[in-house]
Design a protein around this ligand. Structure first.
Ligand code: ADP
Ligand code: MG
Length: 705
């Protein structure tokens, strides 16, 4: 297989010196392949340059000519300068103006050949001009080196790719490099995409696809190109997805081999045991999800499943029943939560649910004393403890298990490829069940989360009433306090949440503390008000949380430590201060802390002006719907997929050409095709090798196998 030309380092291209190579590296471009898989940002049809004399005001103009004169001119507005150039072709002249770009004086000079794209308009007494256009200086014909590497037809007289600038590498240079790179490719280029698919989809060959993606033939629809819908582009995007998905599928297959011995069996005895611990009737949604999970646990390869269910949907019992299946098969299970508060809450619930069984549950958090920890670890290692509940870090890093068959990870949609690799590195290949209330669009589940399959619990347990949400300005705080009084008078409890962001942590913490004090002394002197925040010691936090759960605190003022998972059904009022500062999914999580029992609940989003348009949109969405799926979709629209998880995950596969939103259909196709071919052992050996190579290179430590 000849993949060598694609692996040529970029320094070997003409014109790429050390400085440019470094800039390209910074953008993740090391090899010819990297460069070719980096799509243009957009395309411009420059095949029809027009004579300057034909330019009409109000139209986009595409002209080429010689710069006759160029210079900076002051305007009447102090400090505001115009750079303007007079450009001439055989038919006439036109004035071209760039507002406020003084640096152009070092770029655009008389006698240069220039191409201009921009809007033509009539400007006062100056007559026709083209304002603030895109431009490109054409190489001087005397520059032999440039002229030979860069025929004029690359930049004009054709449909031209426009690239994102990379440090010192301009779009012009990149166009030149890409052109050179394409010339390096042999006619018979190795192609990882199965031929039958290429034929079925009507795609061009790999080499043609890459060439057409960067330098489309004349006549290719500019609008198709700019929507990345041409067969050539889709072929390249598909390859990107396919190689990634094939790598995931191969890894899954290889994991199955190491995992033998952890496969569960479900018979009548196991089913009876599950029924015995069941504290209530499962909803249909819960039953469906449990069936999918248990089916996975009976297969030879490790489960990688995301359990989605809106806040309050009842994910915990589903996971516990899965854990019970593992334990009934003689294996261990681990339950990991993102915070100590949540781990402790799970521990209490689970210990209660399992109290009638022979299984031993242990809690493992930072609060467990060193003295107590050692014997506990020993018990886990011997297999005397069957279920460990703890925080992510502890369970992942510190513990040795005897036979860990199931790892449940709660409220952590970032648990992806890397974390599973950590488990695998410890020789653990448990079934992994990740639970989240944030509905993750399928495209993201297939990539950002690795290769997870998704189960969804639709609907809520019976008897729940939707939370009533209102958006209230800070100035009407009295009404909010009246709601607190009314709730407490009926025997209910309330949360008051303060934002806490790292950048202004001190100020935020002070605000929350001051608020707690103000509420306790001035507003509700007759009620019990307590404060909870992330900086408190574990013991203090646990004490406050327990008191709130027991009903002895009326009003809990808190920073967002109660954001996820906390379950106190008697709390029916959620007040979010500075709601304009929270993200949508965070607000939805917070609102999910109420409406968990039989009583009607209210969520009040208190905002302080001025608020941004986006904040207004967010609060509006919250007031309009209680549906987590709708909220997640709105969130995705408002933030874009790159930022869906708040921060971009580090170390996870970065796709090169594909865009998860735009190309969702191709991702789905790649997923199905790769899975099927790998599972049927139908992937040719050279393709397998290639996939391994790409993974090794692109994803490093999480390489296949
Ligand atoms: P989440 O999906 O947000 O983690 P939980 O697992 O905390 O939700 O469940 C929310 C509440 O609903 C808990 O108090 C739980 O005991 C209760 N619950 C879960 N499933 C059912 C059910 N099928 N019937 C009645 N109550 C249920
Ligand atoms: Mg939960």
């Amino acid at each position: 297989m000849d993949t060598a030309p694609l692996q040529t380092p970029l320094q070997f291209l003409k014109g790429v010196g050390p400085r440019k190579a470094a800039d390209l590296r910074k953008a993740g471009l090391h090899t010819v392949e990297d460069l070719l898989f980096r799509f243009p940002r957009r395309y411009e049809d420059r095949s029809r340059l027009q004579p300057i004399a034909s330019v009409k005001p109000g139209q986009m103009a595409a002209v080429a000519g010689e710069v006759l004169s160029a210079g900076l001119a002051a305007t009447r507005r102090p400090g505001f300068k115009l750079f303007s150039a007079l450009v001439q072709d055989a038919s006439g002249q036109v004035q071209v103006v760039w507002p406020n770009q003084a640096f152009l004086r070092d770029v655009i000079r008389p006698h240069q050949q220039i191409v201009i794209f921009g809007r033509a308009e009539i400007w006062g007494t100056r007559g026709l001009q083209i304002t603030d256009p895109e431009f490109e200086i054409l190489p001087a014909a005397t520059d032999a080196d440039a002229a030979d590497a860069m025929p004029a037809t690359l930049h004009t007289g054709r449909i031209v790719p426009v690239y994102e600038r990379t440090g010192s590498v301009t779009t012009n240079m990149q166009r030149r490099f890409v052109h050179q790179a394409l010339e390096l490719l042999p006619a018979a280029l190795f192609d990882p995409v199965p031929a039958d698919l290429t034929v079925r989809e009507g795609w061009p060959s790999r080499r043609t696809a890459l060439a057409q993606t960067h330098f489309p033939d004349a006549g290719t629809s500019e609008s198709d190109l700019n929507r990345f819908r041409t067969p050539a582009q889709r072929r390249v995007i598909f390859e990107d997805f396919f190689v990634f998905q094939a790598g995931l599928a191969l890894r899954r297959q290889q994991n199955a081999a190491v995992r033998k011995g952890l496969v569960c069996r479900v018979d009548d005895r196991v089913r009876a045991a599950a029924r015995a611990v069941l504290p209530f009737k499962l909803t249909d949604g819960q039953k469906g999800a449990l069936a999918e999970i248990v089916a996975d646990m009976q297969r030879e390869w490790p489960m990688q499943r995301l359990l989605q269910g809106d806040v309050g949907a009842g994910k915990t019992i589903v996971a516990l029943l899965a854990a019970l299946v593992a334990m009934e098969n003689g294996f261990q299970a681990a339950f990991m939560a993102p915070t100590e508060i949540l781990a402790e809450q799970h521990y209490r619930t689970i210990a209660r649910w399992l109290s009638g069984t022979r299984f031993k549950v242990a809690l493992l958090t930072g609060r467990v004393s060193k003295a107590a920890r050692r014997p506990l670890m020993a018990e886990i290692e011997r297999g005397d403890v069957h279920l460990v509940v703890g925080t992510h870090a502890l369970v992942q890093e510190a513990v040795q298990f005897q036979a860990l068959a199931l790892a449940v990870i709660d409220e952590q949609h970032r648990f992806g490829v890397i974390q599973r690799a950590t488990l695998a590195a410890k020789g653990l290949h448990p079934d992994v069940l990740v639970m989240t209330a944030t509905p993750i669009p399928r495209t993201l589940a297939l990539t950002e989360c690795g290769d997870m399959e998704v189960s969804v619990i639709r609907g809520l347990p019976p008897g729940r009433r939707p939370v009533h949400t209102r958006v209230t300005p800070d100035s009407r705080r009295d009404e909010v306090y009246a709601l607190v009084r009314a709730a407490v008078a009926e025997g209910r409890q309330a949360y008051v949440i303060y934002p806490l962001v790292e950048e202004s942590e001190k100020v935020d913490l002070k605000a929350a503390t001051a608020m707690a004090e103000h509420l306790a002394t001035a507003v509700f002197p007759d009620l019990t008000v307590a404060l909870l925040h992330g900086r408190m010691k574990g013991d203090e936090k646990a004490a406050v949380m327990q008191a709130f759960a027991a009903g002895s605190i009326h009003v809990l003022v808190s920073t967002t430590v109660v954001e996820v998972g906390v379950d106190v059904p008697n709390a029916t009022l959620m007040i979010v201060e500075h709601a304009e500062r929270f993200g949508l999914s965070q607000l939805h999580q917070l609102r999910g802390r109420v409406g968990r029992g039989a009583h009607a609940s209210t969520c009040v989003l208190v905002y302080q002006a001025p608020w941004s348009e986006e904040a207004r949109e967010r609060l509006k969405a919250m007031a309009e719907t209680n549906d987590g799926f709708v909220i997640a979709e709105r969130d995705l629209q408002l933030r874009g997929p790159g930022d869906f998880f708040g921060t971009r995950q580090s170390g996870l596969p970065q796709l090169r050409a594909g865009d998860l939103t735009r190309d969702a259909d191709l991702l789905e196709l790649a997923y199905n095709e790769a899975r099927r071919r790998v599972d049927d052992h139908a992937l040719p050996a050279p393709v397998r090798d290639y996939v391994q190579q790409v993974w090794q290179r692109q994803f490093g430590l999480i390489a296949v196998g």
